[in-house]
Design a protein around this ligand. Structure first.
Ligand code: ZN
Length: 173
């Protein structure tokens, strides 16, 4: 397997809107495996294809503490949202920065799994936050887009100075 390079904000390639995947085959599964390897190595709980410069609608996630509950979502689509919840988010493409983002608490998602089978699942908690964050990536959107312009400029300037320290409850997605 290969560790892929993760694009970092403000790289304009992070703004590319990913296109749907037409065929789920072995060459796609190689990319999926490399994305898992890259995500686990970077200690993230989610990774969107956009972040590794592959502009197709694919994301991987694993929010379990044992790192034994991998999720592959191909062409994911949120078909229902419920509630709202603020949580502390970070992003492998915005290293060292964490902030509060409000998202739906529960989402119902339709997607294809790594075998190309149609699935539908209700997700809540960390997984729901993660999937919403990663689908944003596929649409060229970053969690810092939810912050004020002033804050975003600060992120741009201080990105590598690690101004905010990660708390126990923050997630890197
Ligand atoms: Zn991210």
């Amino acid at each position: 397997m290969t560790i892929l390079r993760i694009l970092e904000f403000p790289d304009p390639k992070l703004r590319i809107k990913a296109v749907p995947i037409e065929t789920v085959d072995d060459s796609l599964r190689v990319i999926i495996d490399n994305m898992f390897e890259t995500m686990y190595e970077a200690l993230g709980i989610g990774l969107a294809a956009t972040q590794v410069d592959f502009h197709k609608r694919l994301l991987v996630a694993d929010v379990s503490s044992e790192k034994d509950d991998p999720y592959v979502l191909i062409n994911p689509r949120i078909i229902e949202k419920d509630g709202s919840k603020v949580s502390e988010e970070g992003c492998l493409s915005v290293p060292g920065y964490f902030d509060s983002v409000k998202r739906a608490e529960t989402v119902r998602v339709s997607f294809l799994d790594r075998g190309g089978n149609q699935q539908e699942e209700e997700m809540t908690g960390m997984l729901a936050v993660c999937v919403q964050h990663e689908i944003d990536h596929l649409d060229g959107k970053l969690f810092v887009d939810y912050l004020s312009e002033t804050k975003r400029q600060k992120v741009r300037k201080k990105l590598h100075k690690q101004k905010r320290v990660q708390s126990d409850s923050s997630m890197v997605l």
